[in-house]
Design a protein around this ligand. Structure first.
Ligand SMILES: Nc1nc2c(ncn2[C@@H]2O[C@H](COP(=O)(O)OP(=O)(O)O)[C@@H](O)[C@H]2O)c(=O)[nH]1
Ligand SMILES: [Mg+2]
Length: 252
């Protein structure tokens, strides 16, 4: 199965080359036909230029956006830009928090035909979190619990996922905030989902972009999804964007 994985970046110059080469090695070692799409929001540290230099040697392309437009909207724009042959679309953070070594299992899950969505999960047996402060662990668990009524997926705030492309057909994904995994899990037509355990490691290079605004965005996103469910509609918000069409350069 051919697939495309988006890496959203904002100031990830310290680790992006290592991540691209590591992912390319994983693809080669497992005979996987994966494409990498870095969506860079004009990072002041030059992340996008680094990726452009890697593009000839590795299966990677960079979508340059003009400014910081948000994580979820970056993933959605990257998916729109994915090569036509890819039957699955994914996302992984640029900071090595998500373990690239589980990608072959995620691909296998979709290839088996039993699952339409594979989620890298901290909250199933075998998964976990290292070196996160207690405050962040508690915030993450509460964030997940707020979404548990929506799906059986435990790690609903995970941004590490692979989904069948056809599961997104006609689905209006809301580009708000950080939690693209929640959008997909709550709205896409994927049938069954598999949570693949991994141990989340806090970044060692660069800085987290999660802030109070993103926490508010998450609560707004949840409110829209719950409202959509209650009203019997898939999405309750007019800003929602389907995957059809070219990636927006400004707002989605
Ligand atoms: N393109 C883009 N990427 C972003 C943006 N905000 C965060 N990211 C990327 O999204 C990923 C997760 O962000 P991070 O700061 O590590 O969040 P945390 O893991 O929740 O602390 C990283 O690869 C970031 O570089 C954004 O506004 N635009
Ligand atoms: Mg991170």
């Amino acid at each position: 199965m051919k697939f495309s994985i988006v890496i959203p970046t904002y100031n990830e110059a310290g680790g992006i080359e290592k991540l691209v080469t590591t992912l390319a090695d994983v693809f080669t070692a497992h005979g996987l036909d994966g494409e990498l799409i870095v969506v860079d929001d004009n990072s002041p540290d030059g992340t996008g230029a680094i990726v452009d230099r890697l593009a000839g040697r590795f299966p990677v392309r960079c979508l340059h956006r003009p400014g910081k437009l948000g994580l979820s909207s970056g993933v959605i724009d990257g998916w729109r830009w994915a090569r036509a042959e890819s039957q699955a679309l994914g996302a992984i953070d640029a900071d090595f928090s998500h373990d690239p070594q589980i990608i072959p299992r995620m691909v296998q899950a979709l290839e088996s035909g039993r699952y339409g969505l594979a989620v890298g999960s901290r909250y199933v047996k075998g998964g976990g979190i290292t070196n996160w402060p207690l405050k962040r662990k508690v915030t993450s668990i509460i964030a997940c619990m707020l979404a548990w009524p929506l799906t059986p997926i435990r790690d609903i705030t995970s941004g590490f996922l692979l989904v069948r492309r056809d599961a997104l057909a006609g689905v209006a994904l809301d580009p708000i905030g950080f939690k693209i995994g929640l959008e997909v899990a709550a709205k896409a037509h994927y049938g069954k989902a598999l949570e693949v355990p991994y141990v989340f490691a806090d970044r060692v290079v660069g800085e987290s972009k999660l802030n109070g605004k993103e926490i508010t965005n998450y609560l707004r996103q949840l409110r829209r999804i719950y409202a959509g469910r209650i009203l019997g509609r898939r999405s309750a918000h007019s800003a929602a964007a389907s995957l059809a069409g070219a990636p927006a350069e400004k707002t989605v």
